[in-house]
Write a protein that binds this ligand. Sequence first.
Ligand code: KIV
Ligand code: ZN
Length: 512
Amino acid sequence: MTDHIRIFDTTLRDGEQSPGCSMNLEEKLKVAAQLEALGVDIIEAGFAIASEGDFEAVSAVARQCETAIVASLARAAAGDIDRAWAAVKHARRPRIHTFIATSPLHMRAKLNMTPEQVLEAIARSVGHARSLCEDVEWSAEDATRSDPDYLCRAVEAAIRAGATTINLPDTVGYGTPETYGAMFRDVISRVPDADKAIFSTHCHNDLGLAVANTLAAIMAGARQCEATVNGIGERAGNAAIEEIAMAIRVRHDVLPVRTGIVTTEITRASRLVSGITGMAVQANKAIVGANAFAHESGIHQDGMLKDSSTYEIMTPESVGMGATNLVLGKHSGRAAFRQKLSEMGYDLSDNEFGDAFKRFKDLADAKKQVFDEDIVALVDDEVLRGHDRIQVSEVEVYCGSNGPQRAILTLHIDGEEVTAATRGNGPVDALFHAIRKLVPHDDAVLQLYQVHAVTAGTDAQAEVSVVLAEAGRTVRGTGAHTDTLVASARAYVNALNKLMVKRGKSPLSAAG
Ligand code: KIV
Ligand code: ZN
């Protein structure tokens, strides 16, 4: 059996399904380019039938990718499969990924189908996909709660119909390393022709076991893992690519396999995805958290100075995190800023660098020292918002104990400048009223407004998060600025831009 583990990235599909994590077309293309640099083998670019926007995004990623296989998800219906094929057929290496549930609960309560009907649907859908595309993946949704004998029959039907990859997902994050590994051993040993397909893992993190379960399945014979950058995904998320890749690299003694992941691209991928989705990485997250390589206690610091391997099982450099802690200030020039960005894992185009440098200079004028955290907030806020259709142009606020508080706000909407003056119960309320006046979105509800200081000190940048909900969709926007109110307007407008994408590209009307 080969020791190569294929990494199937589903950041753009399962990852995008996490609450508030929608991405527009340009953002998906950017993430796809970084995923190729990261060395993933397969990119699941979306669910082509889900919306016109998803279809466009899958097609665009399919056209752009040079090395990775590009997959689209499809249910077990001819219409879904045709749509998936129409989107991925432009890829150098296309794949159709079709699925149906195999657990008694899902078949009865969700599909309203008998087990025999599901077996027929598997043969029909996989056969149809295979008539269009050489590379077909079939997934047994809720495999971990399926009857083992029935699961073997379903896998056998899929392989007989032409599936080249068989995925056994832990859809609800119910498995444990022992049970998940045993399921793979059982199916691989019992299904005739199991060696004609590659077996794949797909783990959700509801019990915090997604990576452990993935590694157990690899030890049981799986040779493809489905995972996302930063572990984003439905509910508690999916298995995190960076954790799987580094576990395999660091513990090769007990995990004698390899992946094609270029580990020095991990930090860059993590920052890009958190910046675009607005889904911050928790400070103590393994591999990519801000504290993953920080040593606070005196004993640890002393040990690190003597020999870094006393408390470090891998180096920050091995995951693409810069070694220096150079603090920048207003005298720092373009070269120092460029070097800093590169050490932090950012790879900006010339235009993006120009925008970021201008913003850095403004920030360095406003605050004495610019720390790494400031730069993360600045790049995420400035550079990744470049394609937003609605942009904050000017913010003016009148506040204090003698109300009424007022805001005058100017937005650029598809290149057109519009201004509104409004009152509110406090400056944030006044500002958000102005946004609602300029871009009516009466059905959307503000679910969260959160401010956090990026660094210490009264001159710190404020990072604001806003969550909007509309008709079952939630979107998260973020904004950063030394002025909390400017950051608030940017965050709200960022969320509105995402809502627009989620609505399937229906334009928001600009009033006034
Ligand atoms: O979790 C799951 O079962 C899935 C399948 C559609 C592969 O995401
Ligand atoms: Zn999933």
